[in-house]
Design a protein around this ligand. Structure first.
Ligand code: 5GP
Ligand code: ZN
Length: 136
């Protein structure tokens, strides 16, 4: 994809702070990090989001994400890390080339507000489960 910024970064056409590279992925530092070391795992091939990604590549991306998170912890003494992946504008995706965020965390850092726990009922859960399962 000629006009995709992450295709161009992954291919090395645009310089990036690359932490790791192999034949399938490039891992770069995010330009607007949520925390120091915030990294993105980019497949070298273009997939718009998780729905079109091959299974083996997804496995590889997650494995590398875990290794990067562990390295962030060792490098800067972080306590943990989030692996986050946005699909669709409504979910916060702004670059439509699949990428996995690896965001290092410290206890109480307030870096991410994930979700406020809501509530449901057994009846609603039953109906919800049936509706989604019917689409699988
Ligand atoms: P999304 O919102 O799609 O999940 O995440 C896109 C991420 O890519 C953002 O965190 C943004 O800071 C990062 N980003 C966007 N353009 C560039 C770029 O040209 N270089 C780098 N290194 N990161 C980028
Ligand atoms: Zn792309």
């Amino acid at each position: 994809m000629k006009n995709c910024i992450f295709c161009r970064i992954a291919a090395g056409e645009i310089p990036s702070a690359t932490l790791y590279e192999d034949d399938k992925v490039r891992v770069i530092l995010d330009l607007n990090p949520a925390a120091r070391g915030h990294a993105l795992v980019l497949p070298k091939r273009h997939y718009k989001d998780v729905t079109t990604m091959p299974k083996t590549l997804l496995g590889h991306v997650m494995k590398i994400g875990g290794q990067i998170g562990s390295a962030q912890k060792k490098a800067f003494g972080y306590d943990g890390f989030n692996l986050i992946q946005n699909n669709g504008r409504a979910a916060g995706q702004s670059v439509f080339h699949f990428h996995l965020h690896v965001i290092p965390r410290r206890k109480g850092d307030g870096v991410l507000g994930l979700w406020a726990p809501g509530s449901t009922t057994p009846e609603e859960m039953q109906e919800t489960k049936e509706k989604i399962a019917a689409q699988l």
